[in-house]
Write a protein that binds this ligand. Structure first.
Ligand code: HH2
Length: 311
């Protein structure tokens, strides 16, 4: 981290501890009422927590790898998730689990497009495409995707944010330290929450400088992306600092490694209740979108958590 970024992160950390927000002049001007993501498939009104169902068209994703490579099976899973309450689906074709190597664009396209086509035909809710490549974004938008979900927040491909601006589509900007190959080797922060918030403020600024509208930006602390168990817990505990940036916050905790580690090396198939705890706490601290595998179960969790928050 540069000295300037470290100083800024330190300032953010101090302000967070003193309870102030970090929005200031950089925050998006927001009219009254809930945030709304305007997508080609209609508005996604975030007056309630939106459940984002995960569909990975990959052979190797850490949890659902291989299950949705077949377009017919992916479409059936998509329809089921929507019936269970998914407000959006996130379709990806490149695993970003720790240690995963980048997938060439040709391979990503070959996996993604048939699945995306089938899913688009099966559901009407907005679909986000989980990719860091502008060429894939362009093709996915032609196949009916509505939102871009970039785990690199526009850093891996400089053409991605200008393309989102040109196409007028919302974009999810996620924090990651390093790359999927390196990120879990030795993640370090002086103050993880302040540094992640400062990074997201900077990337939101980059998106706006590229022409993306303020109300088309979603930020995400990137749970599990270059973070230890303690870092992930700190981010969930102080997620309100990220929310205070003024953009809707998306959180992806579903079945992730830190839950397995907290529960004594539980396999991914046995992390449902751990995921539920993390989703409830994320909602309590301001998450407006939660990216999950088990939509029906997490809908119940989110509904109860938001009722308590709003009481
Ligand atoms: N997590 C994963 C992938 N994409 N996108 C956002 N915005 N936030 C996340 O937390 C996030 C994400 C990793 O989970 P998964 O897709 O289930 O696995 P894999 O990367 O192995 O495909």
């Amino acid at each position: 981290m540069t000295r300037r970024r470290a100083l800024r992160a330190g300032r953010l950390g101090r302000r967070a501890r003193s309870g102030d927000s970090i929005t200031g002049s950089e925050s998006p001007a927001r009219s009254s009422g809930p945030p709304v993501l305007r997508t080609r498939s209609g508005p996604l009104v975030l007056d309630r927590v939106a459940l984002v169902g995960i569909l990975n068209a990959t052979p190797d994703s850490f949890s659902d790898g291989g299950r949705h490579l077949d377009p017919g099976r992916a479409a059936a899973a998509a329809a089921e998730m929507v019936a269970e309450g998914a407000a959006m689906l996130d379709v990806g074709a490149e695993s970003t689990r720790p240690g995963a190597r980048p997938v060439p664009a040709d391979e990503e396209r070959r996996r993604l497009l048939p699945v995306l086509r089938a899913v688009r035909a099966a559901v009407r809710v907005p679909i986000s495409v989980d990719t860091s490549k502008a060429t894939i974004v362009r093709l996915a938008l032609e196949e009916g995707a509505d939102v871009v979900n970039d785990v690199s927040a526009g850093r891996f491909d400089p053409a991605l944010l200008p393309l989102c601006a040109e196409q007028g589509v919302p974009v999810v900007l996620m924090h990651m330290q390093g790359t999927p190959v390196t990120m879990q080797l030795d993640p370090r922060y002086a103050d993880v929450v302040a540094e992640v918030a400062a990074f997201l403020a900077e990337r939101a600024g980059a998106a706006r400088a590229a022409g993306v509208a303020a109300d088309a930006i979603v930020v995400d602390p990137g749970i599990g992306f270059g973070k230890t168990v303690a870092h992930n817990c700190a981010l969930l505990a102080r997620l309100d600092l990220v929310a205070s940036l003024g953009y809707p916050v998306l959180v992806g905790v579903s079945r992730k490694g830190f839950i397995g580690q907290l529960l004594g090396e539980r396999p991914t198939s046995e992390r449902l209740l751990g995921t539920a705890a993390a989703v409830a706490l994320a909602v309590a601290k301001g998450a407006r979108l939660v990216r999950v595998h088990e939509v029906g179960a997490m809908r119940d969790v989110a509904r109860v958590a938001e009722a308590v928050v709003g009481a």
